[in-house]
Design a protein around this ligand. Structure first.
Ligand code: NAD
Length: 296
């Protein structure tokens, strides 16, 4: 069997950013640029890198990004007040709270304070409900990006068996919903699943989002599968790796995402897309320009 074809997330994300920047250019001519407020509480090194990238790519496509850096000891009340202000601000379209928050802060309470129209991470109960109820809403960026990668293969999804490993509200659960929406038959595995490979081996589409390096070896992959590796893990030598044993899965899959360079760049591209989408609520004069591919 031939080696799997690589799904190049960097390339696909760059193409999406280019399309977005053309849209943003037109929106700007009618008023102002879409804008994103990013809140970072504390100094988690990974979070600092993620936030820097979000700022960098916002700028690239012409989105106005403002970073609110708060000291680690910031209290819950202060954070809730800041979100309240951003909710009210006519100059802010999207609000993103970088997770994880310091442990003394109740993250759920903070997320629930975000105006669902500005919730570009799709984490408020309103937006989760929209996804579940097949209503228009904000969908979390990482699963949205995974869907784009899956669709880039050109493989028809209807009736295919999809297995999602992971059930977080950020990745695994919305991913399963999106695959269901595409008429896949979906199995969702998690940390309490017994005999994981008995499920993953059935997967025409396998999405692994567990944060466990090497969790899925070649043995767990069906011949000809589409494998999307969401995991980002740092190895002892400092390099990043996914949850899938890449070299082994490469021998069996038909398509596979690398780590890095697969899902990561797509997450940011989808954040930018959600920000432009959110701006339709607040820049009504541009809403005709903001119709996005996912809605067409
Ligand atoms: P999480 O810790 O919230 O959830 C992990 C999920 O994996 C849980 O639902 C758990 O039940 C499941 N799990 C854990 N061990 C398992 C096992 N042995 N067998 C089966 N299931 C198991 O993490 P998350 O936020 O969903 O993120 C998952 C991974 O994706 C992490 O590595 C994270 O860094 C990465 N991630 C990447 C991106 C990106 O842009 N590439 C974005 C978000 C998260």
């Amino acid at each position: 069997m031939a080696l799997a074809q690589l799904i190049d997330g960097r390339l696909i994300a760059a193409r999406l950013r280019k399309e977005l920047s053309e849209k943003v250019e037109k929106i700007k001519k009618r008023g102002r640029a879409p804008s994103l407020a990013v809140i970072l509480a504390g100094e988690d090194p990974s979070s600092m890198i993620y936030v820097r990238n979000k700022e960098k790519y916002s700028k690239e496509v012409g989105i106005e990004a403002s970073l609110y850096r708060l000291p680690v000891q910031t209290g819950e009340r202060a954070l809730l007040d800041l979100i309240g202000e951003l909710n009210e601000s006519p100059d802010v379209d999207g609000i993103l709270v970088q997770l994880p928050l310091p442990p003394h802060i109740n993250a759920q309470k903070i997320i629930e304070k975000i105006d669902p129209r500005k919730d570009v991470d799709g984490l408020t109960p309103w937006n989760q409900g929209c996804l579940m109820g097949r209503r228009e809403g904000m969908v979390p960026c990482t699963p949205l990006g995974c869907m784009e990668l899956i669709k880039s293969t050109g493989v028809s999804l209807e009736g295919k068996t999809a297995v999602v490993v992971g059930r977080s509200l950020l990745v695994g659960s919305p991913m399963a919903q999106l695959l269901l929406k595409e008429n896949c038959t979906v199995i969702q595995a998690h940390s309490k699943t017994k005999d994981l490979f008995s499920y993953t081996r059935q997967a025409d589409i396998l999405v692994v989002a567990a944060g466990r390096p090497g969790l899925v070896s070649g043995e767990g992959v069906k011949e000809g599968a589409i494998v999307i590796d969401v995991g980002i893990n740092r190895r002892e030598d400092g390099h990043l790796c996914g949850d899938v044993v890449f070299e082994e899965a490469l021998q069996k899959a038909a398509f596979i995402t690398p780590v890095p360079g697969g899902v990561g760049p797509m997450t940011i591209a989808m954040l930018l897309r959600n920000t432009v989408k959110a701006s339709a609520f607040f820049l009504p004069q541009s809403s005709d320009l903001i119709k996005l591919e996912e809605e067409s």
